[in-house]
Design a protein around this ligand. Structure first.
Ligand code: PPS
Ligand code: ADP
Length: 202
């Protein structure tokens, strides 16, 4: 394990799309692979790190910015950071990516793409029902914007999959990126001239 193993994988999508379920399962799978993993879950972070913020655009942008900052610090130390956070605005997601790019830390955006009607049917926290009943205003995807990622690194069709299938897809995505970085490390460490001399008979 090295600092090169670190990355941020942001799971964006509507409430009840499956972000937290997938992140928890992927974290377990990666830990079994021996990775250092942390999950920056929207609900937990809002309770502990951003309790001062609500759901206005400015507050959501600030929430995403702070989570992105913590993710970047951890990822730079070799941690695989999973961030299941709605992050409804493309500009907010793009600035988190840009901040990672500036210090050479990997950032990937996974769009958890369950159709709105299925999210509303799942309605894990009763928010869609609250919005319909007039008890909640400004629900992402219903009466507040959700900007669908234009070029996500991964699309997870979680409306048409079982949770384990979605987790397996995301796990494979992360594993492939970690593996390719390891291969790159080995290539850099042993340039071809050196490899040739090492493999020649003495
Ligand atoms: N109005 C409104 N719109 C959207 N979501 C709402 C709202 N009110 C509360 N919640 C719950 O808060 C979670 C979204 O906050 P996040 O910190 O994940 O995202 S963000 O700040 O909007 O980027 C989100 O969590 P998930 O259901 O896990 O996505 C919601 O449960
Ligand atoms: N393919 C899938 N991936 C993730 N969750 C799924 C999937 N299919 C059904 N579900 C269910 O949908 C719900 C998603 O809830 P949750 O993970 O809390 O969503 P979010 O974090 O996006 O608000 C859970 O009850 C989960 O069991």
């Amino acid at each position: 394990m090295s600092d090169r193993d670190g990355m941020t994988l942001w799971l964006t999508g509507l409430p009840s799309t499956g972000k937290s379920t997938i992140a928890a399962d992927v974290a377990d799978r990666l830990r079994r692979d021996g990775a250092r993993v942390t999950v920056l879950d929207g609900d937990e972070i809002r309770a502990e790190l951003t309790p001062d913020l609500g759901y206005s655009r400015a507050d959501r942008d600030e929430n995403v910015r702070r989570i992105g900052f913590v993710a970047r610090l951890l990822a730079a130390q070799g941690v695989v950071v999973l961030a299941p956070v709605v992050a409804p605005f493309a500009a907010g997601r793009a600035s988190v990516r840009a901040a990672h790019d500036r210090d050479g830390t990997s950032f990937y955006e996974a769009y958890v793409a369950t159709p709105l009607a299925e999210c509303a049917r799942r309605d894990v926290k009763g928010l869609y029902a609250d919005q319909r009943a007039g008890r909640l205003r400004g629900l992402t995807g219903v009466d507040d914007p959700y900007e669908v990622p234009a070029a996500p690194d991964l699309v997870v069709p979680a409306g048409a999959q079982r949770p384990g299938e979605s987790a397996a897809l995301v796990h494979e995505f992360v594993r492939a990126r970690r593996d390719s970085r390891h291969a790159g490390t080995h290539r850099r460490r042993w340039p071809s001239s050196l490899r040739a001399s090492r493999s020649s008979p003495a």
